[in-house]
Each structure stands twice: as C-alpha cells, then as structure tokens.
Design a protein around this ligand. Sequence first.
Ligand code: SOE
Length: 391
Amino acid sequence: MKTLQVGLVGAGFMAKAHSIAFTAMPMFFWPAPAKVNKKTIVDINEEIAKDAKDRFSFDNYSTDWNDIINDPSIDIVDICTPNNSHAEIAIAAAKAGKHIICEKPLSLTVEEARAMKQACDENGTITMVAFNYRNTPAVQLAKKYIEEGAIGKILDFHSTYLQDWSADDSSPLSWRFQKEVCGTGALGDIGTHVVDMMRFLVGEFASVNARMATYIPERPVQTSLVDSLGNSRMNEDTPKGKVDVDDYCCFMVNCENGAFGSIEATRNAWGRNNFITFEIHGTKGSISFNYERRDELKVCFADDKADRRGFRTVYTGPNHPYGSGLWPIPGLGIGYTETKVIEIYDFISSIMKGENADPNFSDGLQIELIADAVVKSADTNEWVAVEKADE
Ligand code: SOE
C-alpha cells in the first residue's frame, strides 16, 4: 500500500481535526486507498509549531511553509491557516506539483479563488475544499433519497447555521472579525458550509437576495495568535478594535431548477452551538436534518398510507453512506471527527484514482461567487444574479 507524505500549514483547531483524520482514516476505511505519513507541520510561531509536531505526531516542524513546498518528498499540502493566506500557499503548492486540501472558505475574494483554480487546472492538481458537513452520513443519505426521487421534485428548502460563541461583546477581535484576514464574517465562516450543503442537495444557485448586519461593531483586541473562538474573555481595560465584517447574514435563494430557499448564518444566536439545519420539501415528501442530532434523518414520504404518514427518524449506520467503514450499530453515533475522516478518505481516494475530489476548487470558486452576490445584494437591497465559475 502506498504511503503519501503530507505537509500541513497552520497548527490550530483545524490542524488537530485534519491530523486525527490522516491517522484514523485507514482504521475506519480498510483497505485504505493509501496511507498518509504526517511529515511536516508549519506555524509561523515556533513554539506552537514545535508543540504541534509532538502533539499531532509529525516527523518535523518548520516556521516557513516554503519548506514543505520545496520538499520533493511531500505529495499533499494541507492548508489550515486563516483565509488571507490560502491563495499564496495553494498557488505555490500547485506549481510545485502537490495535491491540495484547503480549509474553507477557499479564499478572500473571487479573484483569488479564480487564480487558485487556474493554477491547479494548469498543474493537474487534485483539490479539495474542506466543507466537511456534507460528509455527515445523514446528509449523504438525504442526497441518496433525493437522487432516487423519493421526495419528488424539490420545491423549497430552509437552512441555518447558528452558533453563539461571538454573541458576547467581550469575546475577542480574532482574525475572524477582520475583513483583510477573513473576507466576510458569519457568511464566509459558517454560511458557506450551508451553501455547500444546499448546492450539493438541491442544485446550483441562480440568484440571491440578502440582508447582513454587524451587531457588535467593536471587540477587545486579541494579542495572541491563538484562535480562541471567543472563549477567552478580555478584561475591561483591553483596547477595542473595529469589526468590519458581518455578524449576521440571511438570504433567499432562487435555484436554477426552480427550487426556492433560505439560508441564515450567525455566530450571535444565544443558545445555539453548531445548529446546522435544513428542511427540504418536495412534491412527494420532506427531509429534515439537524447536525446537533447528526445520526438522525427525519423523512416523510407522501406515498406512505395516509393513516401512518408523517415524519419518521432513520438512524444512520452500516446500511447507509460510508456506513461500512464507520461503526457497526447505528446508535453508536458519529461525530465531527468522522466527518473529517470521511473527507480525508474521499480526498486520498481521489488522488489515487487521479480524479478531482468533491467538493473541489471549482466548487470553492462557485461558493465565492455566491458569497460575492450575497454581499452585493445586501449592499443594494436587490436580487443579484450569481455569476457562473465556468463562464
Ligand atoms: C467557527 O465558527 C468554526 O470553527 C468554523 O470556522 C468552522 O468551519 C465550523 O466547522 C465550526 O465553527
């Protein structure tokens, strides 16, 4: 079995998730498409890089991502840095002949996403954007039912991604609130996950009509590089800095296939943790999902006899997508880790087959175009047509 070498850039929360997935993937999916050796981890802070090497079991560490680009033994570059560095690293990696998995959102701007995709197209790079929630077996099961026609033609959908870690105005001004580092706020950080899911399940977006708001216009300046996600509170004397991205984003969607929908994203919804939900209504049934109960898919099929028609709960397990590699009994449950393991399994399978992965940089670019249309619509209060990546 081949062993691919990975170099990972960024040593925060996502590096932890990806490192676990590289190691665990063959334990779940055996025979694995290939094994992965965690060769080099990079962080600009030497102490963090050194610590991450030991904690996540890499062979070595560096403070300069060029070290992995220039290492001919490295097959895969994994980008887990803040959004403003994705493009530079990915373009260099593509030119050096590496395959790339990049955290979401793909880039800061549409222009960057185009340049990333072009560099990868020119160099035959296998790419993946880490929109992991579509890998939840219940979401994959929803896709299967939709493709089988079990709920008929999709009429409409309603979806949310709600968290509350930034609802407190003393949560710090991390990079996730600075436009030059993150691009957009709730929209890019979490709204794009739901955009990915809805494109995957329902179809391509044609136009959007959006509202966005910044509820907390300034926050205490965070001095360390650590992405605390608001868990570390600053004291009253901490100087404040301006938030220049959205705390809240809500938009309506017209899909190319005629379906209509809505997406709401905020990290300021008290009481909501990782509240990714959707309900999809079709001519022959409905599907409902809530990531906080991620082993369950609720379905209602209109063809059921009238006296027993209603939502039923299917617990995902061995009989469902990716089930053969996961756990043998439905109720044992899957978690965030498993969505990342599936992501790495799909990515490594694609590399070994020489086929582009799903979702790839084309999807990442299309999602940037949708986000761009959302921002334009919020600015103008009008419906905005979504530009197509391939045109
Ligand atoms: C913070 O909102 C965050 O870490 C996102 O950046 C991730 O994409 C999401 O999976 C969990 O929450």
